[in-house]
Design a protein around this ligand. Structure first.
Ligand SMILES: Cc1cc2nc3c(=O)[nH]c(=O)nc-3n(C[C@H](O)[C@H](O)[C@H](O)COP(=O)(O)O)c2cc1C
Length: 358
């Protein structure tokens, strides 16, 4: 009996299977507004149990990359309605990933008047692609004032309300991979000396206040969070107290009762190993659903579900290249190979033109 392809519960939702499409930025939202091409892309993949959208900004300030969508304007909410309707018609549930890029940004990617913000005025090592001038060093961010922090928390809450209006089943807070929420969690990017920096209780405060505000806005059953303990992407080096810090975070999130925690593991993409002990810690501390991700195939997904290591399995790159991944995994059919050259390019090529078994 396959657990992977049987129905699953997620809060009040029933998912048509245990397979989740991982959040993946695809940069097709010209003008930062979701469009019919994106609706076609997501609908093609809506035999998944749950789709988590690409990172989507709650604020103009959070749009660090070119052509990523937002969910703060009426036009964006209308655009997302096309997508949630198309996905629901096929059968998947869909959460929007709220991603504020913080310091992983360049002003050339931001609309007029928007600002590059971060906990501290420390630029991330590395470069950012811009449509106007190609690769540029990540910008020097402005350290957020308490007023900026309060405004940002309100923006997350409003974005969550907008998500419900747009027809989403819930939101995933992107607190992984070096973006704004993780920038507050990590000591290298958060060197504040006021109430939002210092010990982990202080560094986690912004994330937990965002969690509380979003739960208040739409209810804990509709709120998940993505975390990347031991992740190093976007200039987030390892440090000694990592495991203790994430244990504190796990307990705090458990108290709040959100619907899921989604853990990143990019060791299959060449990143350092994420210790099993940290995944096991989350499993034992957090009583909501646990989603694991990173380098899964069908056999490993079945194994980890059967062993009780997680409740759902999220898959990224195979879903890019195989809109009918669920059918292929059910039958053991060969898979298309993803084309990295078109991961982030505009238009249909490498986006909606992957073949299905038919
Ligand atoms: C093109 C691309 C875009 C991605 N964008 C995001 C994103 O917006 N948010 C996020 O949390 N992870 C993002 N990721 C990471 C994936 O969600 C996932 O963790 C990663 O691909 C590993 O899973 P896989 O081995 O199944 O591909 C992205 C990955 C790829 C390949």
């Amino acid at each position: 009996m396959s657990q992977l392809f049987s129905t699953a519960r997620l809060g009040a939702l029933t998912l048509q299977n245990h397979l989740v499409m991982s959040p993946m930025t695809r940069n097709r939202a010209t003008g930062n507004v979701p469009n019919p091409l994106m609706a076609e892309y997501y609908a093609q993949r809506a035999t998944a149990g749950l789709i988590i959208t690409e990172g989507t900004s709650p604020s103009a300030n959070g749009l660090g990359y070119p052509r990523i969508p937002g969910i703060y304007s009426p036009a964006q909410v209308d655009g997302w309605k096309l997508i949630t309707g198309a996905v629901h018609a096929v059968g998947a549930k869909i959460f929007v990933q709220l991603m504020h890029c913080g310091r992983i940004a360049h002003p050339l990617n931001l609309p007029a008047g928007a600002r590059v913000l971060a906990p501290s005025a420390i630029a991330a090592a590395g470069e950012m692609y811009t449509d106007a001038e190609g690769m540029k060093p990540n910008a020097m961010p402005q350290a957020m004032t308490e007023a900026d922090i309060n405004k940002s928390i309100e923006e997350y809450a409003q974005a969550a309300k907008n998500a419900v209006i747009a027809g989403f089943d819930g939101v995933e807070l992107h607190s992984a991979n070096g973006y704004l929420l993780e920038q507050f969690l990590r000591p290298n990017s958060n060197q504040r000396i006021n109430g939002y920096g210092g010990a982990i209780e202080k560094r986690a405060r912004f994330v937990l206040e965002v969690v509380d505000a979003v739960i208040k806005a739409i209810g804990k059953d509709k709120v998940g969070i993505r975390l990347s303990p031991f992740g190093v992407f976007n200039d987030m080096p390892l440090y000694d107290k990592m495991e203790a810090d994430y244990t504190y975070i796990a307990h705090q999130l458990n108290t709040r009762g959100l619907v899921y925690i989604h853990l990143v593991d990019h060791s299959h993409m060449g990143a350092p190993k994420v210790p099993d002990s940290i995944k096991e810690m989350f499993r034992s501390v957090f009583k909501g659903k646990l989603i694991l991700s990173g380098g899964y195939d069908a056999a490993r997904a079945e194994r980890d579900l059967a062993a009780g290591k997680c409740d759902l399995v999220a898959v990224g790159r195979p879903f890019i290249a195989n809109p009918d991944l669920v059918a292929r995994w059910k039958t053991g059919a060969a898979e298309n190979v993803p084309d990295m050259n078109t991961f982030y390019t505009p238009g249909a090529k490498g986006y909606t033109d992957y073949t299905t078994l038919g």
